[in-house]
Design a protein around this ligand. Structure first.
Ligand code: HEM
Length: 74
């Protein structure tokens, strides 16, 4: 049994929520969702066999990123 499971899940969900809240994500031009390989490789953790390549753009007003200390937001 994992004693840190709740902390681990909370941390993962928090990070994921922040990414989804602050970023728009698009597949590269000419690529559709069905072109994505969903193969996994198991090891110490479960990872994708092919890196997920996405185009990421800001989703919120620039002032939000500046306040968070993030520079160079296009
Ligand atoms: C989502 C994140 C996490 C996953 C998926 C995970 C997964 C696991 C798994 C599969 C085990 C083995 C359970 C077993 O053999 O019955 C384990 C054990 C353990 N985990 Fe985690 N863990 C996570 C986060 C954490 C965190 C954040 C901590 C500490 C802060 C932690 C501390 C431990 C400890 C100390 C054990 C050994 C417990 C024992 O056998 O007495 N884990 N974890």
């Amino acid at each position: 049994m994992c004693v840190g499971y709740s902390l681990g899940m909370m941390t993962v969900e928090y990070a994921l929520a922040q990414i989804l809240h602050t970023c728009n994500m698009f597949l590269p031009k000419g690529m559709s969702p069905k072109d994505l390989s969903m193969e996994e490789v198991s090891g110490p953790s479960l990872t994708r066999s092919e890196a997920l390549r996405l185009r990421v753009t800001p989703r919120l007003p620039a002032s939000v990123y500046i306040k968070a200390g993030i520079k160079n937001v296009a």
